[in-house]
Design a protein around this ligand. Structure first.
Ligand code: SF4
Length: 388
C-alpha cells in the first residue's frame, strides 16, 4: 500500500485557510503571488530576515492554521509557503501540507510550493502525480551555499547542502524545480560566491527568482545587530551598511529595499552564474535584469507586480489611461478586491512609485520615462531624506 493512500485515510482532504491574494502595497510591488494556503502560522525555522516576523519570537509560536475552507479551483494557482514554511518540523506529525497537496491533486488545482525544508521529499509521490498534469512547481529557498552564514541567518532551517540534495531528488522524479534567493543581501557574499551560488542553483532548477532584502521596521534593529555581529564572516559589512543604513524610514507596511547601484555588485555576478548554468534569472526588484523568456513577460505563478505593470505601460506607444490598463490587467484575472486596490493607487498617483513610469500630461494617465533602477534609487534617497 502506498504512503499516499495510507496518509489519505488518516487526514481529510481539506485545504486550510485559502486566502485571496495579498493586497498590501508591498506585495503588489514584488511578491505578488495569486492565492495562498498556509497550513501553519509561525515558523520554527525563525530566519532573522523573515518578512512575517515582528518583534515577537515568530519561531516559538507555531500553530496549525485554523479554518478549513475547501479550495475553489477557479481561484487559480495555490501558493504554499508564503508566510510560513510548509515543511518545518511540525509538518512531520500534522501532515497539513500533505493534506493540501492531496486536495489539490483531487481537485486538479495547480500549486507552487516555496520551502527551505527538506521534508518535501516525503511527498514526492503526490508531487509526481501533480507534475504529470503540469500542476506543480517546487521552489527551494536558498540564499547561500555557506553553512556558517545559513546558521547565522536561518537559525533552524536545514543546511543549504541538504536543501540542494532534496532539490536533486525532487528534480530526479521529474517534478519541476526552481529556486528563490531571497533575500539577496548586498555585502553578505563575495562576487565569486554569488556566481557559484547562481551556477549551482541553475544546474538543478529552471528559474532562479531573487529579491533583495526588504527591511521591515519590526525586526530591523535585531537583524542589523546580527549582521554587525557577523561582520568578520560576511564579505563586506561596509557594502551592507552603504546599501542599508541602520536608520531607515519605514512607511506604512512597506519594506525598504536598497537601490540598484548598491545591489548591482551582488546581483550581476549572481546573474552571470545563473545564466552560465542555463537557467532564467528573475529579478523581482529590478525586473530589467531578468533574463530569458517568461510567459507573456510575467512568471506564470504570479500576478503582475507593480514592475510588470510598469513594464507594460512603458511598452505602449503613448500615455495609458485606466481603461486601457485595466483591459490588460484584468486578463490576468485579479480579484475584485485587488483591482479596487490597484485602482485606488492609480488614482492617488502611488501605483508606480519606484518605477520608470510617471504621470503623463492628461490627468489620470501614465507613461514610461527614466530607467527603473534610477527611479528606485531616487525613491530610497527620498525616504532617507524624509527622516531628517
Ligand atoms: S523559512 Fe520562511 S517563513 Fe520560515 S522563518 Fe524563514 S523566511 Fe520566515
Amino acid at each position: 500500500m502506498s504512503t499516499l493512500i495510507e496518509i489519505s485515510k488518516r487526514k481529510p482532504r481539506e485545504i486550510p485557510r485559502v486566502f485571496d491574494f495579498q493586497t498590501s502595497i508591498e506585495t503588489i510591488r514584488a511578491h505578488h503571488w495569486r492565492v495562498f494556503s498556509d497550513a501553519y502560522s509561525g515558523c520554527a525555522f525563525n530566519c532573522s530576515y523573515c518578512l512575517y516576523k515582528g518583534p515577537d519570537d515568530y519561531g516559538r509560536h507555531v500553530k496549525v492554521s485554523p479554518g478549513s475552507a475547501e479550495a475553489d479551483p477557479s481561484m487559480g494557482i495555490l501558493d504554499i509557503g508564503t508566510t510560513t514554511d510548509p515543511y518545518q518540523p511540525i509538518e512531520g506529525t500534522e501532515l497539513r501540507t500533505r493534506g493540501i497537496l492531496e486536495a489539490a491533486l483531487a481537485q486538479r488545482i495547480p500549486v507552487f510550493i516555496l520551502t527551505r525544508g527538506t521534508m518535501v521529499t516525503r511527498d514526492i509521490d503526490v508531487l509526481a502525480e501533480l507534475a504529470k498534469q503540469g500542476l506543480v512547481e517546487v521552489c527551494f529557498s536558498v540564499i547561500t551555499l555557506r553553512e556558517d552564514l545559513a546558521r547565522t541567518l536561518e537559525h533552524r532551517a536545514p543546511a543549504p547542502a541538504d536543501r540542494l540534495k532534496a532539490a536533486e531528488q525532487v528534480a530526479a522524479a521529474e517534478i519541476p524545480v526552481s529556486f528563490h534567493v531571497a533575500p539577496v543581501i548586498p555585502g553578505l557574499q563575495s562576487p565569486t560566491e554569488m556566481d557559484r551560488l547562481g551556477y549551482e542553483l541553475a544546474s538543478l532548477g529552471s528559474h532562479v527568482f531573487n529579491a533583495v532584502l526588504g527591511a521591515q521596521k519590526g525586526w530591523w534593529d535585531t537583524f542589523y545587530g546580527v549582521m554587525e555581529g557577523a561582520a568578520d564572516a560576511i564579505d563586506s559589512i561596509e557594502a551592507f551598511r552603504a546599501a542599508y543604513p541602520r536608520e531607515l524610514t519605514f512607511e506604512r507596511d512597506a519594506a525598504v529595499n536598497c537601490g540598484l547601484a548598491d545591489a548591482l555588485s551582488t546581483l550581476l555576478p549572481f546573474r552571470d552564474g545563473v545564466t552560465r548554468g542555463g537557467a532564467t534569472f528573475v529579478a523581482e526588484n529590478f525586473p530589467h535584469l531578468t533574463t530569458g523568456p517568461l510567459e507573456n513577460g510575467i512568471y506564470r505563478w504570479k500576478l503582475p507586480t507593480v514592475y510588470d505593470m510598469a513594464r507594460w505601460v512603458s511598452a505602449q506607444t503613448g500615455p495609458v489611461d485606466w481603461d486601457m490598463f485595466c483591459a490588460w490587467y484584468s486578463g490576468h484575472t485579479p480579484g475584485d478586491r485587488l483591482t479596487a486596490l490597484v485602482r485606488g493607487l492609480w488614482d492617488q498617483g502611488e501605483l508606480f512609485v519606484g518605477t520608470a513610469v510617471g504621470p503623463a500630461a492628461e490627468p489620470g494617465t501614465y507613461s514610461g520615462g527614466a530607467e527603473v533602477g534610477e527611479t528606485a534609487r531616487t525613491t530610497l534617497v527620498a525616504r532617507r531624506g524624509a527622516r531628517k
